[in-house]
Design a protein around this ligand. Structure first.
Ligand code: NDP
Length: 328
């Protein structure tokens, strides 16, 4: 057994230390599949883990990184054999189980899904957990009967990772997309992804009335807090909002008015423990429903060391779209 390059978080007297180190293979945790990691990404949660701004990491030392694509090196799991190309999202990787920012990972075979045929590893991680969460949100709206003829759909945090993929997916599916962003300079980018209208996120950030003008049939919200409350208050009769994020805060200062007077539904989205059949369906849909050209537009590539710079940047809302991490 040897060593491999990895980002490691250690607990320190004041907070935590993060560094790119040589990690001993014998210190990998239990699992029935060992993967040579090829690509990862930087998600909002990775930013929280590396900065220590929220208690995401619950074991030290930790290799952060909540998602990867790689090639199976060895496996005792019946579903996987050496050479298989696999995707991992969540399941506590980068939180309680050693994660993705490393040349090697050992995980449970039950956590893995195959890279869809025709999709490259880079594309899969340009989508990453943020994009797969956007797909889960779209699927939740569809299950609720939200279709393009019901009216527009609003996406908050639109220039971020979840938001960018949600805009691209919804527009490809024929929805009229209203993109809410705090970055007016990204209007052309968002229109390029398929947004029909751009609104200033400040519009949704102030305390509003329990019920407002009915503006959209549905929403995908990555922001939470007052923004989600306003999105709910402005959702049309019988509409639905998929809540998946907390970039603006974890609270939800709403009233029951949208639910009991307009029959609006609030749909919760969790990607981490999402059951395998739903994951497989989401990745299948991402392979067929996401424009690959747009995926290229919304992603930038960095190396393993770049993760340390990208992590604080994503928390400051400075990252546009998705960051792909090429693992050497
Ligand atoms: P990003 O940082 O890429 O995107 C978040 C976006 O939210 C920003 O780009 C910005 O968009 C907007 N934003 C940031 N801060 C604020 C603020 N204070 N007020 C209003 N808007 C703000 O993160 P991701 O897309 O990776 O993740 C988005 C959220 O979804 C996070 O909270 C993350 O934890 C959550 N998430 C949840 C998952 C789940 O399983 N439920 C899975 C993946 C992510 P703009 O500049 O356009 O305004």
């Amino acid at each position: 057994m040897g060593t491999f390059r990895a980002v490691r978080i250690d607990k320190a007297d004041a907070g935590q230390n993060v560094a790119l180190v040589d990690f001993d293979e014998k210190d990998l945790m239990d699992g029935d599949v060992t993967v040579r990691v090829e690509w990862s990404t930087v998600n909002f949660k990775d930013g929280l883990a590396i900065s220590g701004k929220a208690p995401v990491v619950r074991r030290f030392p930790m290799i952060p990184g909540i998602d990867f694509v790689g090639m199976v090196e060895s496996s005792t799991h019946p579903d996987w054999k050496p050479g298989d190309r696999v995707i991992l999202n969540g399941w506590g990787c980068g939180e309680t189980h050693l994660g993705a920012y490393a040349e090697k990972a050992r995980v449970k075979g039950d956590w893995l899904v195959p890279v869809p045929p025709g999709m490259t590893g880079r594309e899969a991680m340009a989508i990453g957990t943020a994009g797969y969460t956007a797909m889960l949100a779209v699927m939740a709206l569809e299950r609720h009967g939200i279709a393009p003829d019901r009216g527009p759909v609003v996406v908050t945090g639109a220039a971020g990772g979840v938001g960018s993929v949600a805009v691209a997916l919804l527009s490809r599916l024929g929805f009229t997309v209203i993109a809410s962003t705090g970055r007016p300079q990204e209007a052309d980018y968002l229109k390029g992804l398929g947004a029909a209208e751009i609104i200033d996120r400040a519009e949704l950030a102030q305390p509003g009335k329990p019920l407002g003008k009915e503006r959209w049939a549905g929403g995908i919200d990555a922001v939470g807090s007052q923004t989600l409350a306003n999105v709910l208050a402005q959702t049309r009769y019988g509409g639905a909002v998929a809540a998946c994020g907390l970039a603006g805060g974890m609270d939800l200062p709403t009233t029951v008015a949208p639910f009991i007077l307009r029959g609006v539904s609030l749909l919760g989205i969790d990607s981490v423990m999402c059951p395998l059949p739903v994951r497989r369906e989401a990745w299948k849909r991402l392979a067929s429903d996401l424009d690959r050209g747009k995926l290229q537009t919304l992603s930038n590539e960095i190396g393993l060391a770049g993760v340390l710079v990208a992590a604080p940047a994503i928390l400051e809302g400075k990252v546009r779209g998705r960051i792909v991490v090429k693992i050497p």
